[in-house]
Every structure is written in structure tokens, then in C-alpha cells.
Write a protein that binds this ligand. Structure first.
Ligand SMILES: O=C(O)CCC(=O)C(=O)O
Ligand SMILES: [Fe+2]
Length: 279
């Protein structure tokens, strides 16, 4: 049967044979996929949906990122894993006192064209519902943040994202383009939990002595990854080579109306307000 879906139907951007996001949530095939990914997330702290976005859509997202790069903000900051300034009341070597470097181009939500497949996937309710079932913490909401809910990050040679926890409950990343070397996503899932920061273990991660507690995920374009950034300590290792690394980041929360702080907006996007002209 010919494909009768409209070209802008977000389901055309994904491999629906492997990931039947568009089907009713009671559909057995969809339920089986959700169960498997729910298990992966609960077991590993990360769910990896390889081959989720089609090569054609991935290429369009990369092209959009390249075209819009001139308008991107260069985040270049030293801060702690807790997204604050080092606190000298802690002893030397303590994670609250240890600054890490992040340097990356960030294209805020309002700079991502409406026609970009990443934006259309992010704004697709069926995808939020599907991810919510995988995450299994009640309804999942897209962040209500005109700058930070959706980002494209573009990392050139030498760019890096230091070890940190996100201020967002859940982050979904879509790998768009891998660098020649480096640019790996490194993650310690469930490094902390509410009321238990486990600073000694965090210090090991920051010092590079945590060994195989750190999971390393090389980038494969088209892969969608779900992780609990609020409690997963993670970083992107320094990018090496001429090809820039591109990732689309979708921010979700377990409550509606969630935004990021003005400080975080300034650091990441260089401004606190959305642009007036719609993109
Ligand atoms: O680029 C990635 O893979 C993750 C980026 C990240 O951790 C962040 O932007 O908070
Ligand atoms: Fe992060």
C-alpha cells in the first residue's frame, strides 16, 4: 500500500516498524516495545532507541543546525556539577568546590526552524506519551521553556560538556552527527538520589578514578536516548577533529509549567527572553 502519510507527519521521521509510536497504547506490538525500554531504563538508568530517527530526518536536522549556527550562543563556562559556582566552604577536592569546563554552541528552541524534524518530533504529543510510558512516572510534560525545552547543541573541536546533573527531570537526546573522535556521552546513572548526594563517589568521577562505574556511549546518528539527568552524573568528552558533533535535546518534566532559571538561561543561551520574531 502506498504511504499516505503527509510528509510533515512526524511519524515519517522515525522507524515506525521498530518503534510504533503512532499506534494506540494498547496495541500489543507497541506495548512490547514500551515494556522492553521501560526495563532498560529501570535497569541501566538509560534507555537507548537505536535507529529511532530515519537517516533522511537526521540529515535535515544536521542541515538546520549548520544553517542556524551563526545565531547560536557559545556557552563557555566554568561551574560545578551542580550548575553553580564553587563553594569554598567545602574542603578542597569536594565536588561542591570543583569547577568543570563546558564549551559548546547552543541553539535555543526559538532558533530551531518550525520545519525542523527535531522540533516537529518534540512537539508531537504521541512521542511525549510514548516516552512517558517508558519513563513510567505518571504523565510526562514537555518543559514549558521557550528557550530550553528544545535545543540543538553543536560542538566543535575542543568543545566539551563537563560533568553535571541537569536541572531537568528527564532529557531525551537524539544523536544527529558524530565527531571524528571524542564527543562520547559518559554517564553514571543514579549517582545520587533525593537526600543522598554520595559526594565521595562523585569526587571519584570528577577525578577520573571511577573506573567502570562510568558508562561510555559513543554517538550513533539516529539514536534516541532517555536518561534521568537530574540524578545521572554525565558529561560529553572533548570533541576531536573537524566534524562538529550535533545533538538535539528534548526537555521533559513530571509536572506542567516547568522552566529553567534565568541564570541557567543566560549561561546556555546568552539571554533570558525568547526572540520576538517567530522562526
Ligand atoms: O550532548 C549530550 O549528549 C548531552 C548534553 C547534556 O548533557 C546537556 O546539555 O545537559
Ligand atoms: Fe546534561
Amino acid at each position: 500500500m502506498p504511504d499516505q502519510r503527509a510528509p510533515s507527519d512526524p511519524s515519517t521521521y522515525i522507524d515506525t516498524a521498530r518503534y510504533p509510536v503512532h499506534l494506540h497504547h494498547d496495541d500489543p506490538a507497541r506495548r512490547a516495545v514500551v515494556e522492553r525500554l521501560r526495563h532498560d531504563l529501570a535497569t541501566n538508568g538509560v534507555a537507548i532507541l537505536d535507529g529511532f530517527v530515519t537517516p533522511e530526518a537526521v540529515a535535515r536536522i544536521a542541515a538546520d543546525a549548520d544553517v542556524r549556527l551563526v545565531d547560536a550562543h557559545l556557552e563557555d563556562v566554568w561551574g560545578t556539577a551542580y550548575l553553580g559556582l564553587p563553594d569554598e566552604s567545602f574542603p578542597e577536592g569536594h565536588p561542591r568546590r570543583t569547577a568543570v569546563h563546558s564549551r559548546t554552541h547552543v541553539l535555543a528552541y526559538d532558533l530551531v526552524p518550525a520545519s525542523c524534524p527535531a522540533r516537529q518530533l518534540f512537539e508531537w504529543d504521541a512521542l511525549a506519551a510514548f516516552l512517558g510510558e517508558i519513563i513510567d512516572r505518571g504523565p510526562l510534560y514537555r518543559m514549558d521553556d521557550p528557550l530550553g525545552a528544545l535545543n540543538l547543541t553543536v560542538m566543535d573541536e575542543g568543545h566539551v560538556q563537563g560533568w553535571h546533573y541537569d536541572s531537568t527531570d528527564f532529557v531525551v537526546s537524539i544523536a544527529v552527527r558524530a565527531s571524528d573522535a571524542g564527543g562520547d556521552f559518559e554517564c553514571v546513572a543514579d549517582q545520587r538520589s533525593t537526600g543522598d548526594e554520595r559526594y565521595e563517589q562523585v569526587a571519584e568521577v570528577l577525578a577520573g578514578t571511577a573506573g567502570d562505574r562510568v558508562a561510555v556511549y559513543p554517538m550513533t546518528p539516529g539514536t534516541l536516548m532517555v536518561f534521568e539527568g537530574r540524578n545521572a552524573l554525565h558529561r560529553v568528552s572533548p570533541v576531536v577533529g573537524d566534524v562538529s558533533r550535533v545533538v538535539a535535546l528534548f526537555g521533559y518534566a513530571t509536572a506542567p509549567g516547568t522552566s529553567s532559571s534565568d541564570l541557567l538561561k543566560l549561561v546556555r543561551y546568552g539571554r533570558t527572553e525568547p526572540l520576538e520574531v517567530a522562526s
